[in-house]
Structure formats: structure tokens, C-alpha cells
Design a protein around this ligand. Structure first.
Ligand code: CMP
Length: 140
């Protein structure tokens, strides 16, 4: 299987509840390696750029406000089939629909405050990693 990298955000609802370590444990238990990580406050401009694909959605403004409401932890994860694997570890976007023992089932508060983001495809993973990490901040 191919070794891939994916981009992750531990969102403000999770950092506010001191869940970074609990979520990282779920990531590592799934066999993914955290090869880049930093806790940051993202700017409105960064959030709008990051979620620009959702610009026309009714929840866009709420999503941006939420993502800048507190610290986040941005991460680069590496492993076999990392993009799909991390989406499995996160569970469905809506925690009510997420499988048991997934990050969102266990920790998320709602579809908006859903604790984690993960890239959905190789091209978006590369783009999202490049938005937040310089090459020398990723150590595999
Ligand atoms: P994420 O995986 O970060 O990608 C887009 C985000 O939009 C998603 O997680 C949710 O947090 C958010 N989102 C999707 N649907 C809704 C919704 N109906 N209401 C509020 N936020 C949403």
C-alpha cells in the first residue's frame, strides 16, 4: 500500500476541552504518524482560503467564525493509505452518523463543532499541507 500524507486540524471545540492528547492517541493507535504539528490561531483570511470550496454554502460564515474562535492544532499525518485511513479514524462529518469509536462519535459536539478535519484527496492534502507547513517543519 502507498505511504501517503494527509492534513489534519484538531478544531477549537476539541482544544477548548483539552482533547489534543486524546485525539492524538486515536491517530497513533490507527498506525498514523504525526510528522508535523503546531498549535496556532488561524486568521480569518486563512480560514476563508482554507474553506473556499464551501464559500457559497449557507454554513460558510458560521464555519469561518468557529475556526477562528480559539486555538487549533494543525498536523501532517503519514502512513499507509493515510488519507482514507484518517477519514475512517475521524468518522462521518455529522457525529450523529459517525461510527463507534471514531473521533467525531466520541468527541464531536455537532456537525459544525466536529473536533477534526482531514483532507479528502491527494491533491487537497498537498494543497492544505502547503498552506500551513514549510518543508522543514515536517519531519518524517
Ligand atoms: P470539515 O471536514 O472541516 O469540512 C467542512 C466543514 O464544514 C465540516 O468539517 C463541518 O465542520 C462543516 N459543516 C459541514 N456541514 C455543516 C453544516 N450543515 N452546518 C455547519 N457546519 C457544517
Amino acid at each position: 500500500m502507498a505511504i501517503e500524507r494527509t492534513f489534519s486540524i484538531i478544531k477549537p471545540d476539541a482544544t477548548a476541552r483539552n482533547l489534543t492528547g486524546a485525539i492524538n492517541a486515536m491517530i497513533e493507535q490507527a498506525g498514523l504518524r504525526i510528522i508535523g504539528q503546531k498549535r496556532v490561531r488561524i486568521t480569518r483570511q486563512q480560514a476563508e482560503t482554507f474553506y473556499s470550496v464551501h464559500r457559497e454554502r449557507p454554513f460558510f460564515k458560521e464555519l469561518v467564525e468557529f475556526m477562528i474562535s480559539g486555538p487549533v492544532v494543525v498536523q501532517v499525518l503519514e502512513g499507509d493509505n493515510a488519507i482514507a485511513k484518517y477519514r475512517d479514524v475521524m468518522g462521518a462529518t455529522d457525529p450523529a452518523k459517525a461510527a463507534a469509536n471514531t473521533i467525531r462519535k466520541v468527541h464531536a459536539k455537532s456537525i459544525g463543532e466536529n473536533s477534526a478535519h482531514g483532507s479528502d484527496a491527494p491533491d487537497t492534502a498537498a494543497k492544505e499541507i502547503a498552506q500551513f507547513f514549510a518543508g522543514n517543519e515536517i519531519v518524517g
